[in-house]
Design a protein around this ligand. Structure first.
Ligand SMILES: *Cc1c(COP(=O)(O)O)cnc(C)c1O
Length: 423
């Protein structure tokens, strides 16, 4: 099944004291000798493991179901499968991927409220029972196409303070919940709980409190209508790196007491979550190469201030990955771009205003509109941790011989970025 040449990826174990960044540096050094300077990723699977331990410590009551859409690389999914997490799958392909790694269907929630019928049938045939919904239309489909669905009603949240709002697209309002619960009963369907998503890049932990309290209302409604409500799913939205405005623990410090208040431990409600970015954002580092460069002089620059001519220089850099590839999310959240650019100026080094562009001829293919950097030469590689956002490195498969990551040594995966998509 593995049809990719070994050159597309390889695994390395890091000695104690080394970090993934050392691998990036080493690889960039190796590539500097050759003409092959394709962009590449380094994924630190030890970082994924550390995130998991941090999760278990901070929110022991909540079982994570990793949102596969954030990064469907086999290495990541396999690492999490071996750590015992569950999985949030949004499609047949994601269910197939997770099940191909031996994950039991009881560890999967089909958390897409709007499902294609053939995918729903696939879930039914393969034992995946837990799934979310937010409309009557979906209930009718489920009643027709799934044998034993255990339904979870997704409600809206106030996601106005999130980077990526999700409640615009999904979620039932509190007002419509009773009608939906009644409709499900008429169709003979089983509802087991409630889910929500506060939006990706959530900046206000209180959003969780409100959503947990709203979930309690819907739980009570469900119980009143005769359902055995046993599952609360608090979704995703957790920060994936520590330079986000709030740390993960600042969220859990608010979520834990809200859970204890509305869903006390003795209420026998199972609490799960669907973290995506939380697990993968800081694990991935992308290195790109400057393939071309342009110096632009400001027009009003006159001969008089010749000495200061450098002030009027703006540099345009063209690199070999862009918005059609790894940077596709930068189209919608450009402000965060390259915050952590790994090219710090030396103390007395001159810096210039720059823009950074992707490799295609598409005018929108701009990664950074404005940043300040020392002058870089064509052929230079630089890297950045993918602080935010999903970083699907490629559609390629990575070898199944992934060894279990341990805390002592970190397993690192090198992979090529996914090929540019043609719009
Ligand atoms: C995208 C998504 C997630 C993951 O969101 P993060 O903000 O990355 O944690 C979880 N659940 C659902 C239903 C999603 O669509």
């Amino acid at each position: 099944m593995n049809t990719f040449s070994p050159a597309d990826f390889y695994f390395t174990f890091l000695e104690e004291g080394f970090c993934a960044h050392d691998i990036v540096e080493q690889r960039m050094k190796e590539l500097s000798m050759s003409d092959d300077k394709d962009a590449f990723y380094v994924a630190d699977l030890g970082d994924v493991l550390k995130k998991h331990l941090r999760w278990v410590r901070a929110m022991p009551r909540v079982t994570p179901f990793y949102a596969v859409k954030c990064n469907d690389s086999r290495a990541v999914v396999m690492t999490l499968a071996s750590l015992g997490t569950g999985f949030d799958c949004a499609s047949k392909t994601e269910i197939q991927l997770v099940q191909s790694l031996g994950v039991d269907p009881s560890r999967i929630i089909y958390a897409n409220p709007c499902k294609q019928i053939s995918h729903l049938k696939y879930a039914s045939a393969h034992g995946v029972q837990m799934m979310t919904f937010d409309s009557e239309e979906e209930l009718v489909k489920v009643a027709r196409c799934h044998e034993n669905a255990k339904l979870v009603l997704r409600i809206t949240t106030d996601d106005s303070k999130a980077v990526h709002r999700l409640s615009v697209k999904f979620g039932a309002t509190l007002k419509s919940c009773r009608r939906l619960l009644e409709c499900a009963r008429e169709l003979g369907l089983d509802i087991i709980g409630v889910s929500f998503h506060v939006g990706s890049g959530c900046t206000d932990p209180e959003t969780y409190t409100q959503a947990i309290s709203d979930s309690r209302c819907v739980f009570d409604m469900g119980t009143e209508l005769g359902y055995n409500m046993t599952l609360l799913d608090i979704g995703g939205g957790f920060p994936g790196s520590d330079d986000s405005r709030l740390k993960f623990e600042e969220f859990t410090a608010v979520i834990n007491p809200a859970l204890d208040k509305y869903f006390p431990a003795d209420s026998e409600v199972r609490v799960i979550a669907e973290p995506g970015r939380y697990y993968v954002s800081s694990a991935y580092t992308l290195a790109v190469n400057i393939i071309s460069k342009k110096v632009v002089m400001k027009e009003q620059s006159t001969c008089e201030d010749k000495d200061d001519g450098a002030k009027d220089r703006t540099l345009m850099y063209y690199v070999n990955d862009g918005i059609h590839g790894s940077f596709y999310l930068f189209l919608i959240e450009p402000a965060q771009a390259l915050r952590n650019l790994h090219k710090k100026p030396k103390p007395d080094e001159r810096t210039y205003p720059c823009s950074i562009w992707g490799p295609t001829c598409h005018g929108l293919d701009r990664i950074v509109e404005h940043c300040i950097l020392p002058e870089l030469q064509i052929g230079t590689s630089f890297s950045r941790s993918l602080l935010r956002g999903c970083a699907p490195p490629s559609k390629r498969r990575v070898p199944t011989a992934c060894r279990r990551a341990t805390t002592e040594s970190s397993l690192v995966l090198l992979a090529k970025p996914r090929p540019a998509r043609v719009l």
